[in-house]
Design a binder for this molecule. Structure first.
Ligand code: ADP
Ligand code: MG
Length: 408
């Protein structure tokens, strides 16, 4: 059995969804084919220091992170002309360096600072092709205001919103006046760039609007205000593919307004008595994560309780949205239905969703290992295509160039 592809799985990092990312990554590593791929866990601390250790494939190791880091090796990545190495740090003075050639990076990170394209940009600059979305979709998906304008441009329905900046907030009277002239109560106020409902408040009068703005501006430079849907039904749908092909998953209905991106191993497999069918299921226990936000059982209904007509509308719109942002890999698109009017709005997109949304594919006959194989195949296809694209051309511009104006 040849083990010719090395995949470094990146997770954690400087984000409010650090812990959720650890769970997502360990679930994924548990289902990656270890006979076909060499899997290297790369844990990013909250300060974005990179560490690796084989124990990082087990959730139990993360019950005591300081102890785990003590026995782990800190690493950095070095680009050579034709390959990228992971190297132990600090360097060894008198012996051979520990170095591993890495073929693909698999970022499984959630939230601000990590799911915003910066990590992918860093990895791609280091010569590492990424599994999942590139810089552009993740960057667009991290700003709720910019995301809305791109969707609007593609005919994807979004709630109209007002975008306000900290500069606008310097004149509260005027800002509140403008907002009250054009919106009717209740409204929702949210920072453009956070997740997990942080800084989001509903306001029903002028006083609560002021408080909501005040809170939101502590989290972000940019805040959006939109009509609050009173009879709200939320439905999420994932999409898998790239610019050429895309398929929509089953729809889910989150049943609590809490962060509901993660379906724990227990939720999925223990309660039903099933085993999940993984060869590595021994490493899949998420016991240590119990009690963390969003982990309670029965937080979602799959499939969502919606009409067949609404289901197809959501799945078609999800694919349209996936293509609008030029997504790749698997994304989860979150919708809101106004049950008073029957209107459907796209609320937000998660370009690296919790648990990679594996639980939305199983009902359609795609087990998690097959989903991961598909994600890797998409990344291999993109890497092949990138090699065909010309990124440099010979020029003799430096032979004749002179810098004008400079007299040194
Ligand atoms: N316009 C709205 N009307 C009613 N509820 C909303 C609206 N926008 C957001 N919410 C509620 O707030 C939750 C969090 O908002 P969301 O935009 O998804 O932010 P986050 O990135 O924190 O998940 C949503 O899941 C929904 O329950
Ligand atoms: Mg959300």
């Amino acid at each position: 059995m040849s083990m010719n592809i090395t995949i470094a799985v990146f997770f954690g990092g400087n984000s409010t969804e650090h812990e959720i990312s650890i769970i997502s990554a360990i679930q994924a590593m548990g289902y990656l084919d270890h006979e076909k791929y060499r899997i290297i866990p790369v844990y990013m601390t909250k300060q974005n220091l990179f560490y690796t250790h084989p124990d990082m494939e087990n959730i139990e190791s993360f019950r005591d992170i300081p102890a785990l880091l003590k026995r782990s090796r800190r690493v950095f990545f070095l680009k050579e002309v034709n390959r990228t190495l992971m190297i132990g740090y600090p360097l060894r003075r008198f012996s051979r360096q520990e170095e591993t050639a890495v073929d693909f990076a698999f970022p499984i990170v959630h939230g601000t600072n990590v799911e915003d394209g910066t990590l992918q940009g860093y990895l791609e600059t280091l010569g590492l092709p990424v599994i999942g979305p590139g810089v552009l979709p993740s960057a667009l998906g991290m700003d709720k205001a910019v995301m809305k304008s791109v969707f609007k441009d593609h005919g994807v329905p979004v709630l109209p919103c007002h975008v306000c900046t900290r500069k606008d907030w310097e004149d509260p009277e005027r800002l509140v006046g403008t907002l009250m002239d054009s919106l009717s109560w209740p409204v929702i106020v949210k920072p453009v760039n956070l997740g997990s409902s942080i800084g989001i408040t509903k306001a029903s009068d002028e006083a609560s609007l002021r408080e909501a703005l005040d809170l939101a501006f502590t989290f972000s430079e940019k805040v959006l205000v939109e009509r609050a849907i009173v009879r709200l039904k939320e439905v999420n749908c994932a999409v898998l593919g790239d610019y050429e092909e895309a398929q929509a998953s089953e729809c889910e209905e989150p049943l609590s307004s809490d962060e509901t991106t993660i379906l724990s191993f227990e939720d999925k497999y223990m309660s039903g008595g099933g085993k999940g069918g993984s060869k590595q299921s021994g490493s899949m226990k998420t016991g240590g994560a119990k009690g963390s936000k969003g982990m309670a059982s029965l937080q979602r209904r799959i499939p969502a309780d919606i009409s067949e007509e609404m289901r197809s509308r959501i799945r078609e719109t999800a694919i349209k949205a996936f293509h609008a942002l030029d997504c790749a890999g698997v994304a989860r698109i979150d919708f809101m239905i106004d049950e008073e009017t029957g209107e459907l709005f796209l609320n937000e997109i998660n370009t690296i969703p919790g648990s990679l949304s594996f639980y939305l594919w199983e009902p359609l006959g795609m087990p998690y290992p097959a989903l991961l194989e598909k994600l890797i195949a998409l990344a291999q296809k993109r890497a092949r295509e990138a090699q065909k694209t010309t990124t440099s051309f010979e020029t003799n511009i430096l032979a004749t160039a002179q810098i004008g104006g400079g007299k040194r």
